[in-house]
Structure formats: C-alpha cells, structure tokens
Design a protein around this ligand. Structure first.
Ligand SMILES: [Mg+2]
Length: 368
C-alpha cells in the first residue's frame, strides 16, 4: 500500500500556526511584500471559501474581501517546516519520498492497518507543527494521491477494491494527477469525463503505476542517483517571475538535500509541463563544476529553461533534478543550523541582489 500525505493550505497554515491571531481568518500569503501589487501564492481555507485562490492578483482578492489578512511569503520557513515533517515521517521507518514541498509518499508494503497508521501520522504532524495534513491510502501512488484529496482538509481516505468504482465514477478526469495537460485534453476530446470512463478504456493506467521510490533510507552507504523536487501549481501559470520563483524554491530545496548528504552534483535537469509545451525536459552538465549551492542550481536550471522554444508558455508543473552526484570533497564550514542562523543576513543580500522587482524576495540561499 502507498500512503500519500498532502499538507492542507501549507504556506497559509504555517503562517497561522506561527501567529495564532491569524487562525481561522481569511488569509493570503503574497509572493512579495507590497500587498496590493502581488500574486496570491497561498490562501487559507477561510479565504478559499470566499473564492480566493492561488495565482489570483492580490488586488482582486482584497476586492472580494477587504478584511483579508496578508502575510508576505517566507520560503525559508516553508522549506524548513517541510524538511522537519519529512524527518518526522522518516521516523516511521518506511521508504519515503518527497512528492513536492507539501506532499510525501510512503511505501507501507503489506501493512496490516494502514488507516490507523495514517491517523497516527496525522495526529503526530498536528502535535508537532500545529498544522493539518490529509492522507490518502491506495495500492499505488496515483490512487493514493487522489485519495488524499477526497476528505480534505484534515481527513483521511482509503481507496480499496470495494469503493474503487464509486470513487472513480465521482472523480472528474481533470482532478486526476497528470491530467491537467495535453494527455487530459486528448482523453476529454475522446468523450471521457470521469476517471471511471478512463478506467473502462484504459484499465492499465490505474494498475501500472509503480511507486516512484528510488531511495531506501535503510541503505545510506550507496550514493543516490539523483535528488529532485517537483511541484504542481494550483493553476496554470503564465507569469514568468512566478515560474522563476518556483524554480528557485525547488533548486534551494534540492541544494539543501545535497548538502545534508554531503553531495555535489554536476548535472541539472529541468522538467516543465504545460498546455502548450506538454512535457519539456532538458539538462546541462558542468563536468568540473559540481555544486550543491541552491542559487547556482537555480541559475543552471534557468539556462536550461532558456532553451525552451516557446515564448512565455503557460506552466502547470515544475521539477528540478540534480544528478551526476559525487561526495563533496570540502568539509562544510558550518553546520546546517549555523547556516540557518544566518538567514536574516542572507535575506538582505538576496534583496540587494534581486532588487525591488524580485517576486520572492524572501527566498534564501543557505550557503551565502
Ligand atoms: Mg497541499
């Protein structure tokens, strides 16, 4: 069985956990500090209930709800929390993968009571971080991810042989992971509407989804082949700055994981998915300049992105992968904790580097 954990309104929930005054209020997290001139990058559930969603211009959000609470995004907080949750989940001793900054997948094998484990895990996340998670359990990662959405927020759902048909019948095709782009359009053009329609036409789609596990935490003596992070945006995004900001965030996350494992990488691979471009993937190798610096990884990924022929394509999902890994020959100068203490200073430097126009001024590189 695969267990998929999806944090609820992750960025907004973290801000509410840190500042209880914001709890249960309509809140947006803006990609930058000027609250009338930014984009909503996360909305709390109270804000979602008012029709406010990620990707919406903040001005529009305030027009809908003048009393909206506003917080500027602080990526370092979200990365840190994500990594702490990963560490907590690791302690349950099952193979574990990052699916995105706020999603995690566990391979439970033939666990006897996955539902009680899922609830235990949700309880533990809430106890430690004061934020809620939704859990989905099913025979493969595709269905487990789908299950995690069924009782959101703060819920758990299991898809098994008994409810498989009922769940697929009531789930429209575009709610299924991977159906946002060209593939989904092809099926919809063929008249398929629900996941059940897809199952009747292509049952293998739901069977042959092996889990994506490539890391076994038990075998740390072997070097991993790659380290990657990806993210599916809540909506297709055309704003180039927002897309760059997400690439930056994912690059920072990859860099952090490389440093934790004392690895450096010579190859950066960028994967993008969007309605016009379908799946785009390309990489660049720097044979003698292996790195684990998030900002450097970001710059290399940006060079890969420049190869995209389409000008201003709409983007739905982004992935950054570092491969050609080797052990770093340099001892890290500072422990990760000391690096994090330098965050505030790093913030100032980043602000200087990017200037006022920076869409995510709070993105920090822990190595600078
Ligand atoms: Mg989530």
């Amino acid at each position: 069985m695969i267990l998929h954990v999806d944090m609820d309104a992750f960025f907004a929930s973290i801000e509410q956990a840190i500042n209880p005054r914001l709890k249960d209020k309509p809140l947006i997290v803006g990609s930058r500090g000027n609250k009338m001139h930014t984009v909503v990058c996360a909305a709390s559930y109270a804000a979602k209930a008012l029709g406010i969603y990620s990707g919406m211009p903040s001005r529009e959000a305030f027009a809908r709800c003048p009393n909206l609470e506003f917080v500027e995004a602080d990526q370092s907080k979200y990365i840190w929390t994500s990594e702490q949750i990963f560490e907590l989940l690791k302690s349950f001793n099952f193979p574990l993968n990052y699916a995105s900054i706020d999603e995690f997948q566990m391979d439970l094998g033939a666990h006897e009571n996955p539902v009680s484990l899922g609830n235990e895990l949700r309880k533990q996340i809430y106890a430690d971080f004061n934020i809620t998670a939704s859990v989905g359990i099913a025979k493969n990662w595709l269905l487990a991810k789908l299950a995690s959405k069924l009782n959101k927020p703060d819920g758990l759902a299991l898809i098994n042989d008994e409810n498989f048909e009922a769940v697929l019948r009531k789930t429209s095709l575009d709610e299924l992971c991977g159906m946002g782009g060209k593939t989904g359009q092809v099926f919809i053009a063929q008249g398929l509407k629900t996941c059940w329609d897809l199952y009747l036409n292509l049952p293998a789609f739901f069977d042959n989804n092996p889990s994506k596990f490539d890391e076994n935490p038990g075998k740390s003596s072997e070097l991993p082949k790659s380290v990657s992070h990806s993210y599916t945006l809540p909506k297709v995004q055309i704003n180039h700055q927002v897309i760059q900001a997400w690439i930056r965030l994912l690059a920072e996350m990859v860099g952090t994981r490389l440093r934790q494992q004392n690895l450096v990488s010579a190859t950066v691979h960028l994967w993008l998915n969007g309605p016009e471009i379908g799946n785009f993937g390309a990489q660049k190798t720097y044979p003698n300049q292996a790195t684990n610096d998030g900002f450097e990884i970001y710059q290399r990924a940006s060079k890969v992105m420049a190869r995209l022929a389409a000008k201003n394509p709409r983007i739905r999902a982004i992935g950054v992968t570092c491969s050609s890994l080797s052990l770093s020959v340099y001892q890290p100068l500072f422990s990760e904790e000391i690096r994090r203490e330098g965050l505030i200073k790093a913030l100032d430097r980043i602000n200087n580097r990017f200037g006022e126009g920076s869409i995510y001024p709070a993105i920090t590189s822990f190595t600078r």
